[in-house]
Design a protein around this ligand. Structure first.
Ligand SMILES: [Zn+2]
Length: 213
């Protein structure tokens, strides 16, 4: 009788401990481990790694000082290769010096705005600050995104990871974009981006297999 009771308690505990259906496929611990796989060969282990509890699927680097991934992204991606690819893409922005280039780009535009503000007789400092801040927030140029995608594919191939993860992660994110149209909806650019990624992968791995869309 005591054994039966113990077994029942064990079953009950197993049910309680079972993951909730809403739980991400990629756990926080796994996400950190996958980031480390990117951070070690790229010498970025010093960057603090954060997981932000936010529905919007996203990942970003902040001034080359930290890397963040949202729970929304961990809920959408299904495989280690996909998350590896996204992290490698973020590492690419740091390693390719995009932060520095973006900063000088926005600094240049801030000066232009100050001159314009002066011409228009407006609040010079305010204009410069606003334009600068907007450009930093709007993120990378399309060229920089493509460069970071290439970096990700190259790193995956070099480290023996599956480079198709980049293709598969971007196609998942593109599908979400299409179901939630916004001012930034960009179906043709997403298609172009995917085609570019596919060609880059095939260039390095001619027999790579791609998921059906
Ligand atoms: Zn990017």
């Amino acid at each position: 009788m005591k054994i039966v009771k113990t077994v029942l308690v064990a079953i009950a505990l197993a049910i309680i401990a079972a993951p909730l259906p809403s739980e991400a496929l990629i756990s926080h611990a796994e996400a950190k481990r996958i980031w480390n796989k990117v951070a070690e060969p790229t010498a970025l282990t010093a960057l603090p790694f954060y997981i932000k509890d936010e529905k919007t699927p996203n990942a970003w680097v902040t001034n080359g000082e930290s890397v963040t991934v949202t729970t929304g992204l961990l809920n959408i991606l299904d495989t280690e290769a996909e998350l590896y690819a996204v992290f490698a893409h973020e590492a690419g922005h740091v390693k390719l010096n995009h932060l520095h280039k973006s900063a000088s780009r926005s600094a240049g535009l801030s000066i232009a705005a100050a001159v314009l503000g002066q011409l228009l007789g407006g609040n010079i400092a305010g204009t410069a600050v606003n334009v600068g801040a907007n450009l930093v927030n709007s993120g990378w140029s399309r060229e920089q995104e493509i460069e970071a995608d290439d970096y990700s594919v190259e790193l995956a191939v070099k480290m023996g990871e599956d480079p198709v993860g980049m293709y598969s992660a971007i196609s998942k994110l593109a599908k979400i974009n299409n179901t939630q149209p916004s001012g930034f909806n960009s179906h043709p650019p997403d298609d172009r981006r995917l085609t570019h990624i596919k060609n880059k992968i095939l260039e390095l791995k001619p027999h790579a297999k791609f998921p059906e869309n």
